[in-house]
Ligand binder design. Structure first.
Ligand code: PXP
Length: 253
């Protein structure tokens, strides 16, 4: 696997969906998530994550197609197991596909995949078989429970991504409990020879204890980093516009 960040044994995948969210808010062509991916790669990320949703609310087919051509790191495509996007994933063959649950009404992915019924197991199993048949590494986004991990193992996924949302949304003693849950889940998954990823809701403030879990080899982080980039890029963006405005006033007829 290509990695620009050889300093750690954990990969940092940046989810760039929200660069596309800003673009879609105006229906123009900026900011372009593909350009953002280039800059993030130059800054040292190990891979790019995008979620191509059925409603195309942020990332578009064009974005994934271009990323597949231009990314120098790996592309991790998040998708729902039931969708026509599975066909696209098999055609595009990203380095990795992460199956996630998807509901139209949700603001973001709300929970891990439901692997509790035979119907769900069949749907996810079929999707995994199709992706594997196309040579795509597979990961399942699941809640940190022994049952879900066992099911992922039986389905033959290459990796699991532990949902860190409950950890992120709690505080105090409950957060400690959720961290312990993640820790135990990572350890069990690793014993079952599943590669362990994690993500959702991780921020500059809460990521450290999760990043310290030794079995976790990949973190997917989006919102917090894109939000920070908007702020840390503000000074330069304002200065660039101010310079153009000042020049225009100086040179007016
Ligand atoms: N992992 C999965 C499976 C996700 O669906 C998301 C959100 O798209 C993330 C990680 C990243 O979450 P956040 O944007 O909260 O960092």
């Amino acid at each position: 696997m290509t990695s620009h960040n050889q300093l750690t044994d954990m990969r940092f995948y940046l989810n760039i969906d929200h660069v596309a969210t800003v673009r879609q808010a105006r229906g123009t062509d900026e900011p372009d998530p593909v350009r953002a991916a280039v800059l993030a790669e130059l800054a040292g990320i190990d891979g790019i994550t995008v979620h191509l949703r059925e409603d195309r609310r942020h990332i578009q087919d064009r974005d994934v197609r271009l990323l597949m051509e231009t990314a120098r790191t790996g592309v991790n495509l998040e998708l729902a197991a039931t969708s026509e996007i599975l066909d696209l994933a098999c055609e595009w063959r990203p380095m990795q596909a992460t199956l996630v649950p998807e509901k139209r009404e949700e603001l973001t992915t709300e929970g891990g995949l439901d692997l509790s019924t035979s119907e769900q197991l069949e749907i996810v199993g079929d999707a995994l078989a199709r992706l594997e048949g196309s040579g795509v590494r597979t990961s399942l986004f699941i809640d940190p429970t022994p049952e879900a991990i066992q099911a992922a193992r039986e389905l033959g996924a290459d990796a699991i991504e532990l949902h860190t949302g409950e950890y992120a949304n709690t505080s105090g003693a409950e957060r400690v409990r959720q961290l312990d849950r993640l820790d135990r889940a990572a350890s069990l998954a690793s014993k079952l020879e599943l590669a362990v990823h994690a993500g959702h809701g991780l921020t500059y403030e809460n990521v450290q204890p999760v990043a310290a879990i030794p079995e976790i080899e990949e973190l997917n982080i989006g919102h917090s980093v894109i939000a920070r980039a908007v702020l840390t890029g503000m000074e330069r963006a304002v200065k660039d516009m101010s310079r153009i405005l000042r020049r225009a006033r100086r040179h007016r007829a």
